[in-house]
Design a protein around this ligand. Sequence first.
Ligand code: NAP
Length: 314
Amino acid sequence: MREAIPFVSQGGAAAAQAWIEALRAAMPEERIVDFAELDEAEWAQCRLAIVANPDPAELKRLPRLEWVHSVWAGVERLVEDLGGSGLQLTRLVDPQLAATMAEAVLAWTLYLHREMPLYAQRQRARLWQSEDYVRPEQRTVGILGLGALGEAAAQALLQARFKVCGWSRSPRELAGVRTFSGEQGLAQMLAMSDILVCLLPLTADTRHLLDARRLAMLPPRAQLVNFARGAIIDDQALRAALDEGALRHAVLDVFAVEPLPADNWQWTHPDVTVLPHCSAPTNRETASAIVAGNIRQYRQSGEIPANVDIRRGY
Ligand code: NAP
């Protein structure tokens, strides 16, 4: 009999059970079992684990483990926990997730583009006052990160007729998108981004990337959307830029600490929209089908389809 594949998570029993059911439905030929339901003899056989925010101590109890497949797209915790372990790491790359994120980027870009925060404030003040209309062609949206999610977001914004530019670590070419890389490229892109959308992974290089100096490179009254990870932005620098009016509005879906503590300033700042990490939830069914495809490929070829470079951090 094939060795079991443990599902290792800290997300609670109900979520684990829902994942296990979806994974079993996607690959009935495999034995997917909750980590806690296997005994030591079975742990000793496991070469692969499927994880959702796992306790690294549990992974250490699997002596033959070679491959960790996450059901999330963001793997900064895993990279931190597994660095130096020699394990191969696969993260979720799911077209459904990219489509959901592209929809969120378009929705919240339009929210800023069509001045919804401003009109909501004016309604509260019973103020009947309109702004001149700005066409999307007159607005540049800069995307930090042109990976699976950034690229899908760029396509959605182009279809809505925005001017789109993007920044990545290695130089990228994308039809219709002005692309930049490197420190100088970042400065150039920030200077032209009326709306800046963050879709970078959190790594040693991107932690506090958006600090006071870089936020000051944005055009006056620029707006910001962070759908990536909270720690990419220096919160105090963001608060100062909003208080000074240098930045006009920030839509924040992710925070350094989640859930966002009740006394954090973002909850009540008039120029911040707080979202509860909801921009692109993983779809269990499509994600399980992607994981199943990767595992079948591994069973056939013996090669682990790892797509995370632990040294690079993503
Ligand atoms: P990805 O495919 O790995 O793409 C990452 C992009 O960022 C790539 O273009 C990469 O450049 C670029 N990048 C990485 N480090 C960089 C650096 N130091 N300087 C410049 N560019 C850099 O990742 P993804 O699937 O698009 O996901 C991005 C992030 O979204 C995830 O890591 C996760 O944190 C977040 N996320 C959030 C939600 C939510 O609900 N809020 C949902 C899913 C994911 P190269 O092209 O050169 O590699």
